[in-house]
Ligand binder design. Structure first.
Ligand SMILES: C[S@@+](CC[C@H](N)C(=O)[O-])C[C@H]1O[C@@H](n2cnc3c(N)ncnc32)[C@H](O)[C@@H]1O
Length: 405
């Protein structure tokens, strides 16, 4: 086992000390977190530590205890963070308009939403497609969390009861699917590998348990997949990552795209997430990676704070996603910022039809949050991956960033 260097430990201790004061969880929530922590420690027993991706996987998805699997509120104002569809119905309505050309072009095209959160995006998309007379025969949802699946059923029954019969939940990706696979903020919620450069070599970061605390530890054994990816990054960026450089690699997201690609027979996979092209993602100045945690609308960097009670995410390396897609037989039909995608897909058109001044004000403010660079407009990107589909989407025409991948 390689011990973290003094410098590395001091930096992490400093980061932990500088945690903003966070509201204390309820006694019941603390008990759930303690149970999950015990399970994490038990999982470490064999090797003395867990690779970080495995820690993150359990912290988010351990049945009954993980952040997404247990009953806490998660999304929305009353939860820990707000996603684009939670922020504004205009986001989902614009997506509904954006994907209609594909549904029309692909034979028997349907929608499959993966990781549907509260179900609000599904409800809004269905309502808009119904209004536009463009409903697919089925709207499928693939959701890992049983608790969220229940919430999605409630949302759809409440908001669009007349369309509920078209919604079907599946347990895995279909063998064959044609139409649109939609995923908003799915990839960033998949377990991330984390590494530190030590002695010129990328070491996978692991999690151990000492003196009643989870602590970082650089892995003892070489992880060949991590090492070879870091070598690839260094070659492509034409510079070595500095000693102590920390970042993430989302192998799980790449693997997910490859699996989903097998299922797609014709149509588009539309991925919306926060992330960058590789040259930016692994820029020398981004030397602490992008791992972040969300707890009651506070963002911080300590994934060991009350495991199971907070969200943990990392940005997406969209170059890696494009490579995975190409390997799996897909083409990259578009890559742009969320702002350009939404503006190109006509999000401001909704303002023209609005006569109520208060709604107009509210919608304008929501569009600003979705599109301004300092809000969600630039950090969030949209990538369209296609198979047997030549339909071009106006959302990708305002700004084509594929050459930056
Ligand atoms: C950050 S939330 C985003 C929710 C929603 N798309 C939104 O934008 O509000 C991530 C979602 O992905 C789900 N999820 C994570 N891994 C998944 C997987 N492998 N298959 C299906 N759903 C998954 C989570 O349970 C959760 O619903």
């Amino acid at each position: 086992m390689i011990r973290p260097s003094d410098d590395f430990s001091a930096r992490l201790r400093a980061a932990q000390k500088s945690l903003p004061s966070l509201p204390a969880p309820s006694v019941e929530a603390q008990a759930l977190s303690a149970e999950l922590s015990a399970r994490l420690v038990a999982a470490m027993a064999a090797g003395g530590s867990l690779p970080f991706w495995r820690y993150m996987d359990m912290a988010l998805y351990e049945p009954g205890l993980g952040y997404y699997s247990a009953g806490c509120r998660k999304l929305g104002e009353a939860g820990d963070f707000v996603t684009a569809p939670e922020l504004s119905p205009l986001f989902s309505r614009t997506l509904a308009r954006a994907i209609q050309p594909i549904l029309a072009d692909v034979e028997c095209g349907e929608i499959l939403e993966v990781g549907a959160g509260s179900g609000v995006m599904a409800a809004e998309i269905l309502a808009q497609l119904a209004a536009d007379n463009a409903l697919p025969a089925q709207y499928r949802i693939l959701e890992l969390s049983a608790e969220l699946r229940q919430r999605q059923q409630q949302t759809i029954n409440q908001r669009v009861p007349e369309l509920a019969a078209r919604v079907h939940w599946c347990d895995s990706l279909e063998k064959k699917f044609s139409g649109v696979i939609l995923a908003n903020e799915l990839l960033d919620a998949l377990p991330a590998h984390r590494f530190v450069v030590r002695g010129g070599i990328a070491r996978e970061l692991c999690v151990a348990h000492r003196d009643d605390h989870f602590v970082w530890q650089a892995g003892e054994r070489d992880n060949e997949r991590v090492i070879s990816r870091v070598q690839q990054i260094e070659q492509e960026n034409d510079s070595r990552l500095a000693e102590g450089y920390i970042s993430e690699i989302l192998f799980a997201a790449e693997d997910w795209v490859k699996t989903a690609a097998k299922s797609l027979t014709s149509g588009m996979m539309l991925l919306l997430d926060y992330g960058q092209a590789r040259s930016v993602y692994y820029h020398a100045q981004r030397n602490q990676g992008s791992l972040s945690c969300h707890y009651r609308h506070r963002m911080h960097e300590d994934p060991f704070y009350y495991p199971g009670l907070q969200d943990i995410t990392a940005h997406v390396d969209f170059t890696a996603i494009a490579d995975a897609a190409l390997d799996a037989g897909l083409n990259v039909a578009g890559y742009t910022t969320q702002a350009h995608f939404l503006l190109g897909s006509g999000i401001t058109d909704w303002l023209a039809g609005e006569t109520d001044p208060l709604s107009l004000l509210e919608y304008s403010s929501q569009i600003k949050k979705l599109t301004l660079p300092q809000e969600m407009g630039e950090t969030f990107k949209v990538m369209g991956l296609v198979k047997n589909c030549n339909t071009s989407l106006p959302g990708f025409m305002l700004q084509d960033m594929r050459d930056r991948l």
